[in-house]
Design a protein around this ligand. Structure first.
Ligand SMILES: NC(=O)c1ccc[n+]([C@@H]2O[C@H](COP(=O)([O-])OP(=O)(O)OC[C@H]3O[C@@H](n4cnc5c(N)ncnc54)[C@H](O)[C@@H]3O)[C@@H](O)[C@H]2O)c1
Length: 315
């Protein structure tokens, strides 16, 4: 069994990745600004901006999964320098430590944001990159650093580009969490713009399986993989309607507000985002399993536990 360090391991995806690795019998360590929820012993609370702490927690690890990042449109646009330091300098610090501590392979969590707006859907890994946000640029730079380090040092790598990962433990600023919370509280889900933006949502346990498959598959070295769920692309407007339907809240309907009121300006909106996951299916035998309705019901269960008031529709 291997020893794996997850940076950002106390976060939303990191927690699911840690669970997946532990269930397979691996030793897991975490480095995060936050304390972890999995009670993992050999973890450190600290920053990837601190080379000493990275080396200390990484010592003796075979692999690294690098998830720590500044993310969220509002945070990464209003605090651009923090985003630059954490996502670029932080990634270089992690790579330096990998070389120093003789780690065999690193996996980097990149993002579908690096594709920006594309002419054709679904988006394949070979599509030209077109980052239109500060965050997306830092992710692309991170990918390039991995490639360059692997050419200069004995460090293998794979990149996973996540497409709209969701789950009931996600932070409130993400669209599904916002919509479910609003509907559960009898408030209208707020849609910015016309709601025609299309997304393809991937439940977090599927995303975690994708990243673990990329770590251990021998044919994944030096490769980039889209990790998402291509089965049910949905417009933001239809997502809001679906959430209302599943919650049985007949009196609630979506409220449309100007894009100007959102985190993202119109120029920076990505209109269609549907992944091609053919490469991950072929090379990694990756297969997302959780359908959107099933994933959404898990949200309602969580909110239901809290409020005891919401009736969940089963079909
Ligand atoms: N959730 C998605 O849909 C999605 C999509 C594309 C890419 N990603 C990428 O996946 C990764 C994980 O995202 P997530 O959704 O779990 O977000 P998250 O915010 O829940 O997790 C990120 C973690 O990184 C930690 N972190 C931030 N700055 C740090 C620092 N300086 N040092 C150490 N830890 C630090 C945070 O405390 C947090 O726990 C990120 O790299 C993100 O860019 C996520």
């Amino acid at each position: 069994m291997a020893c794996i360090l997850i940076t950002g391991g106390a976060g939303f995806i990191g927690t699911a990745v840690a669970d997946e690795l532990i269930s397979k019998g691996h030793e897991v360590r975490l480095l995060d600004l936050l304390a972890n929820k999995n009670n993992i012993e050999k973890s450190s609370v600290g920053s990837i901006l601190d080379p000493y702490i990275i080396s200390r927690v990484m010592r003796g690890c075979d692999y690294v999964i690098h998830l720590a990042a500044a993310l969220g449109v509002k945070l990464t646009e209003t605090r651009r320098l923090d985003c630059l330091y954490i996502n670029v300098q932080g990634t270089v610090n992690v790579l330096e430590a990998c070389v120093k501590e003789k780690v065999k392979k690193i996996i980097f969590a990149s993002s579908s944001e690096i594709y920006g707006n594309q002419d054709s859907m679904p988006i394949k890994e070979v599509a030209p990159v077109n980052p239109i946000s500060n965050y997306a640029i830092t992710k692309l730079v991170g990918e390039e650093y991995l490639r360059a380090y692997s050419e200069n040092y004995p460090l293998q790598y794979s990149v996973v580009r996540f497409f709209n990962v969701y789950g009931e433990n996600q932070k409130d600023r993400f669209v599904i969490t916002r919509f479910v919370r609003s509907v559960c509280e009898n408030n209208p889900p707020i849609i910015y713009g016309d709601g025609k933006q299309v997304r393809s949502f991937c439940y977090v346990s599927d995303a975690a399986k994708g990243i673990v498959a990329a770590l251990f598959n021998k044919n994944s070295v030096g490769q980039i993989f889209n990790i998402g769920n291509d089965l049910e692309p949905i417009s933001v407007k239809d997502l809001a309607k679906k959430i209302i339907l599943l919650s049985c809240k007949k009196d609630v309907s979506p409220q449309f507000v100007s894009m100007g009121d959102s985190d993202r300006t119109e120029e920076r909106e990505v209109y269609n985002r549907i992944p091609s996951i053919e490469k991950a299916k072929r090379v990694l035998q990756y297969q997302p399993k959780v359908a959107l309705d099933e994933g959404l019901r898990k949200f309602f269960k969580k909110f239901h536990k809290k409020s005891k008031k919401i009736i969940i529709r089963n079909s």
